[in-house]
Each structure stands twice: as C-alpha cells, then as structure tokens.
Write a protein that binds this ligand. Structure first.
Ligand code: SF4
Length: 217
C-alpha cells in the first residue's frame, strides 16, 4: 500500500477509535497554552494542569506574568522539572507578548517560533489548537507511532518527521490526527510496554506487525 493511502486509512480508523480527541493541556486563553506547552517538556500534562493553577492565581494575565520575578515563577513551576530554564523562558516570552504584541499571541508560525522556549512542536500546537490552522505536532508519541506504522521509515528527527507527514496527511486532518496519535500512543501503541497490537484497530495495515510476523516465520 502506498504511504498516502496508508495514511488515509489510519486517519479514518483513528477517527472512529478516538472521536473526541483534543489537547489534554487545560487552557482558556492562547497565552496560557503557550505557558503550559513550555512546562510540559519532560512532564505530564496532568501535572502541568495542576501547577498552572497556582501560577495563574498569582499572575492572572500576560502583564502580571511579564512583570513577575523569574525566581518566583521558578518557585511555582518547579514541580514540572527544569524549573529554572522553564521560568526563564516563560518570563522572556511573556515580556515579548506584552511589549511587541500588546499581550496577545501572534497568529503566525514564524513569529511563534521566534518566541523564547517555543520550538516547531509548540508553534504547530498553537497554530492548530488556538488558531484552527493545519498543524503537524511531532511529539514523542507521533514519532514513535508513525515509524511503527510505516508512514515514515526510521526517521527520528522531529522536523524531518514533520516534513514527511505534511506530504502524507491532508492539511485539514493534520491537527486532530496528531492528537489521536497521542491518544493511541497512551492507550495502545505504548512506549514503556510492548504495544498492544492484538487490541489495535490498525493491526492489519501496520508495518510493525508485518515485520514482526515475518521475523517469527
Ligand atoms: S499494530 Fe501495534 S505497532 Fe502498529 S500501531 Fe497498532 S499497537 Fe502500534
């Protein structure tokens, strides 16, 4: 099966398996998603969702967070790990939003990418979830799953995976497709245990299963 055709089949099956997908970081304003995405590096979304409540109690808007001491931000966000660098990035990012964008998050991929602590994964997430634009978020689940499924072959570098997926996934499907990869990666195609291929809705089309079966024969 050609990769494009495989991609379309995977999209349709994951849609049925995870109809109500979405971002698992809580936010009610674009700048809050920017903060949460930075905190989520090497931390669970569940923990981030708890920690940001304390942060927003003390600093409820961009202006307040931009004016906060980095040390105080660090004290609050420490439970997410990498406290110092995350606090430094959040502070610098909020200052730029405040000074350059009147406290708003820019609706432009390159402008997002230029913000401290914002990489392609985060910029894509913001473009997709906040602005409803096509977005390919290559997080650890995405990279693991698309390699196993056979949508890419042995590509681990996030930007290269992203570029390969742009060629395979219809733009209007891209954002939810990436969210569904996270759902599937957490539930079935797991990282810390062997994937539960027997329960997987993709096991008749997934490359990994084909390869493993050949190994057994
Ligand atoms: S068949 Fe197995 S390896 Fe392939 S996507 Fe499903 S769980 Fe992952």
């Amino acid at each position: 099966m050609r990769k494009k055709e495989l991609a379309l089949q995977i999209i349709e099956r994951l849609k049925k398996a995870y109809p109500d997908t979405g971002c698992t970081l809580d936010y009610d304003d674009a700048w809050k998603l920017l903060v949460s995405v930075r905190l989520a590096a090497q931390c669970t979304d569940a923990r981030v969702n708890v920690v940001v409540q304390d942060l927003y109690k003390e600093y409820p808007d961009v202006a307040a967070l931009a004016a906060a001491d980095v040390e105080d931000i660090e004290r609050i966000v420490k439970p997410c790990g990498l406290g110092h660098s995350k606090a430094r990035d959040i502070s610098a990012c909020m200052k730029i939003l405040q000074e350059k964008y009147q406290g708003r998050v820019p609706e432009d991929f390159d402008a997002l990418l230029a913000l401290p602590g914002v990489g392609r994964k985060s910029a894509n997430l913001i473009m997709g979830d906040v602005f409803g634009k096509p977005a390919v978020v290559t997080d650890t689940h995405c990279i693991r799953l698309v390699n196993r499924m056979g949508l890419v072959d042995g590509i681990k570098e996030p930007k290269k995976v992203e570029m390969a997926l742009w060629k395979l996934i219809p733009p209007e499907e891209s954002n939810d497709f990436c969210h569904r990869l996270v759902d599937h990666g957490r539930e079935i195609c797991t990282a810390r245990t062997a994937p539960y291929c027997g329960k997987c809705c993709l096991n008749d089309i997934c490359k990994k299963v084909g390869v493993d079966e050949k190994k057994i024969k």
